[in-house]
Design a protein around this ligand. Structure first.
Ligand code: B12
Length: 208
């Protein structure tokens, strides 16, 4: 039986090869990608987050852990993305200007793909002009904005205002650790979700 505690520890220790190996073994045994993600990878990253917060570890360790998590998530992606044939709609997603965090955004993108959305991921550190341009080009029905930093949260408001001004009618969803439903209401976003699975439910409801 693949050991998900060992997988969490591999993420915590930044052991990329080990994280990949346990992830592959878990899938080969028939464990669901969601279980591997929640109980192995995210559980490990939660510990990393707590240790980082308490100054027990520093950015290099976090980066190494993030790299291990990313490559293991890459192995899960085809499973998470076993999509329906016809896309439900196009979902454009990016991280706010000044913010380089992308693990959560990538998970949301993956889960949306899995649920049958055509996902256009425009990356990190993205300002309002690029959100407007890419939303227009892609004809997205939904735009998702992610941020992990309280200092970059106001960037979400700026993106919403720029989209409105440019006449973009796509519905907007926001998320990321410091974001709340109250903040979404305050800036007039159409949806908020605290995690990737809920993001899929909210996105589906918004395009229905
Ligand atoms: C990994 C990490 C990093 C990595 C990022 C690597 C990468 N490629 O992403 C590195 C080392 C680069 C980093 C850098 C920094 N970080 Co950092 N980082 C983290 C850490 C430990 C984990 C974040 C993570 O990936 N979580 C796992 C994912 C799965 O969760 P998530 O992102 O929350 O996403 C979920 C939901 O929020 C939601 N969601 C996310 N996006 C969206 C979007 C939509 C549309 C929806 C609907 C939902 C949704 O669904 C996701 C999946 O379930 C957090 C601590 C923590 N526990 O959050 C700190 C944290 C976010 N970082 C922090 C800080 C301060 C920094 C730095 C400023 C540190 C520094 N002094 O330089 C820099 C900033 C660099 C920059 N300009 O962006 C602070 C932020 C404090 C704050 N409130 O502002 C945190 C909270 C740590 C702390 N407690 O101090 N960091």
């Amino acid at each position: 039986m693949a050991d998900l505690k060992a997988l969490a520890n591999a993420v915590i220790g930044g052991e990329q090869a080990k994280a990949e190996e346990i992830t592959k073994a878990a899938l080969a045994e028939g464990m669901t990608a969601k279980k591997v993600l929640d109980e192995g990878l995210i559980a490990g990253m939660d510990v990393v987050g707590a240790r980082f917060k308490n100054n027990e570890i520093y950015i290099p360790e976090v980066l190494i852990a993030a790299r291990a998590m990313k490559s293991a998530v890459g192995i899960l992606e085809p499973e998470l993305a076993k999509a329906g044939v016809e896309p439900i709609g196009t979902f454009l997603i990016g991280t706010v200007q000044g913010d380089l965090h992308d693990i959560g955004k990538n998970l949301v993108a993956m889960m949306l793909k899995g649920a049958g959305f055509n996902v256009v991921d425009i990356g990190v550190d993205i300002g309002p002009e690029i959100f407007v341009k890419r939303a227009r080009e892609s004809g997205a029905q939904l735009v998702g904005i992610s941020t992990l930093l309280t200092t970059t949260m106001p960037g979400m408001d700026r993106i919403l205002k720029a989209m409105k001004q440019a006449g973009i009618t796509a519905k907007v969803m926001i998320g990321g650790a410091p974001v709340t439903q109250a903040y979404a209401d305050k800036i007039g976003a159409d949806g908020y979700a605290a995690d990737a699975a809920t993001a899929v439910d909210v996105a589906k409801a918004l395009v229905a």
